[in-house]
Ligand binder design. Structure first.
Ligand code: CUA
Length: 322
């Protein structure tokens, strides 16, 4: 049991222990039944093989035995249903008073909208300890799936509808410094539904912080960080998942590279062309389908919601990539 336990990630939500209990019950019951059934079959295969028993006798009835192997499995299955159903109901219904966070999945990034915030925080989910959090999720394009292994929660994001899940974290992973920076060992949030080329890069970090740090974090969301604009632009480039499609070293990925992009003469599918400038970058972020670069018709970039300060920072970063 000990060896098997270490294979599962740490239990870091109030749901985790129950999920694991049900999982191990099903797992070990399967092991026992597999060994018993296959083992008996093998023993009988050898013992009653045709060469030793040329005169096969027709099978008879044994009422007690038949009743036993009908009802014994039922008794074993009832707890499986009981714990499975109880756990499912608990995981599906968020407790009253949960903090609601809107989650948007898109190829290939995560956006989080905190209560009272009109602008998303990309690639970073901050949750307070000991407080139920409800994720209300939707997709902008294809199927994605929200998965935090340590919380034992996973649910699909489906285009055209909302799905939700909830969790309550039980351990702090990160602290918020006086400078507004998060440090610690955050958890990983994965997309677990194959959603196209850069599916494996569709990641986000999950910071579990104290209730006080969470409050300070939410208050600080609107503030512009006190760093060079191109450095902030680089952070936004990584957090928004731009790196999944746009390289900064000249490599052609799903989208055109950002290396040396500023000032470059770009040709579009409709035959027009433009020297890349601030307005073109701004338009391409807010309305990516307005101009399609020649040869990139297969890429369907979703719109990104960035305010002017952030747009400026991203433009500064692209300018710096000579
Ligand atoms: Cu989104 Cu895989």
């Amino acid at each position: 049991m000990k060896e098997a336990t270490v294979q599962l990630p740490r239990q870091m939500s109030t749901l985790a222990a129950e999920v694991d209990l049900t999982y191990y019950y099903i797992f070990w019951l399967s092991v026992v039944l597999f060994v018993a059934i296959i083992g008996t079959s093998v023993v009988f295969l050898i013992k009653y093989r045709a060469s030793k028993n040329p005169q096969a006798t027709p099978p008879g009835h044994h009422d007690i035995l038949e009743l036993f192997w009908t009802f014994a499995p039922i008794i074993l299955l009832i707890p499986m249903f009981h714990y499975g159903f109880k756990g499912y109901v608990k995981a599906m219904v968020a407790p009253a008073g949960s903090i609601e966070v809107r989650v948007k999945g898109k190829q290939w990034a995560w956006d989080f909208y905190y209560p009272g915030q009109s602008e998303p925080v990309p690639g970073e989910l901050v949750v307070p300890i000991g407080q139920p959090m409800k994720m209300v999720m939707s997709s902008e394009d294809v199927l994605h799936s929200f998965f935090i292994p340590e919380f034992r929660v996973k649910r699909d994001l489906v285009p055209g509808m909302y799905t939700s899940l909830w969790f309550e974290a039980t351990e702090i992973t990160s602290t918020l410094g006086a400078d507004g920076k998060l440090s610690g060992e955050p958890l990983d949030l994965f997309c677990t539904e194959y959603c196209g080329l850069s599916h494996s890069l569709m990641l986000a970090t999950v910071h579990i912080v104290s209730v006080e740090d969470y409050k300070r974090y939410i208050e600080g969301l609107d503030r512009v960080p006190n760093i060079a604009p191109e450095l902030w632009g680089k952070q936004l480039y990584e957090k928004n998942g731009c790196n999944a499609c746009h390289s900064v070293d000249g490599t052609a990925l799903v989208g055109p590279t950002f290396k040396g992009a500023f000032g470059r003469l770009e040709h579009f599918e409709d035959g027009t062309s433009v020297n890349i400038d601030e307005n073109y970058i701004r338009e391409s972020i807010l309305r990516p389908q307005a101009k399609i670069v020649k040869g990139y018709t297969n890429a369907t970039m979703p719109p990104f919601v960035l305010n002017d300060a952030k747009l400026d920072a991203v433009i500064a970063y692209i300018k710096s990539l000579k």
